[in-house]
Write a new protein. Structure first.
Length: 236
């Protein structure tokens, strides 16, 4: 099978971005219009935004690239599907893969929300936001390959602290990282609709682990967390 990537390459794990106009995806052969996102990025040629690799139906199946897609350890579950631990066959690097059942999206509005969520996630590149690495689409499912965070939720880590609170210094370190993530989103005209402790994960179990924002809890709904806010400045 051919492998369609955002930069036009046919195989491998070449990186490219999938950000384009969501409205232009409505007449796409891909259910979510991911092929239109590919073409839009190829035409723009913006290398700074060509980050997320995408595979569409009839492209390379995710099972050829990762081990554990269907039988890896479950990291989270919910009505939208499972999040599993997988490893890249060529490099051995571990990732979290979120499998979304397209059959659960039973309206055009739902598909549009999911499409826009992926569109936004493909634009994000910040050390305090969990990174979307690749997107694979089959005829019935969407697979989101994301950076793996093994340190657990901020909510749980806080609960483990003496007297259920951090020291002032540690609290300042964590709040700074949270605010850096929020500021980055706002600088791109994006707002997060569900800021809470459960939506911040530690990258590792170490005490000084970096904190990373996620779009939503793996156990909850999978779209409509990020939102593009179009600002209109008042005349001076």
């Amino acid at each position: 099978m051919d492998s369609r990537s955002l930069d036009g390459s046919q195989n491998g794990r070449d990186r490219a971005n999938s950000a384009g106009n969501p409205k232009s995806m409505m007449h796409s052969s891909s259910v979510l219009g991911l092929d239109s996102m590919i073409e839009a990025r190829k035409e723009e040629g913006d290398l700074k935004r060509n980050m997320v690799h995408i595979e569409i139906p009839f492209g390379k199946p995710i099972e050829e690239v990762y081990d554990g897609v269907h039988n890896g350890p479950v990291l989270g579950s919910g009505i939208s599907g499972l999040v599993r631990l997988v490893s890249h066959k060529a490099t051995g690097v571990k990732y979290a893969v979120k499998c979304l059942d397209l059959g659960l999206v039973d309206s055009a509005e739902g598909l549009q929300q999911l499409r826009e969520e992926i569109f936004i996630m493909c634009q994000l590149d910040h050390p305090n936001i969990v990174r979307l690495e690749e997107v694979y689409e089959s005829h019935s499912e969407i697979y989101l390959v994301q950076e793996l965070c093994l340190g657990g939720e901020l909510f749980d880590r806080l609960d483990e602290q003496p007297d259920y609170h951090y020291t002032e210094g540690e609290c300042a370190r964590l709040v700074k990282q949270m605010l850096c993530a929020v500021r980055y989103l706002h600088s791109k005209g994006i707002i997060h609709r569900d800021l809470k402790l459960e939506n911040f994960l530690f990258s590792s179990t170490s005490a000084d682990s970096e904190l990373k924002m996620i779009g939503e809890s793996p156990c909850e709904h999978y779209f409509n967390t990020f939102y593009i806010q179009h600002h209109q400045r008042k005349a001076d």
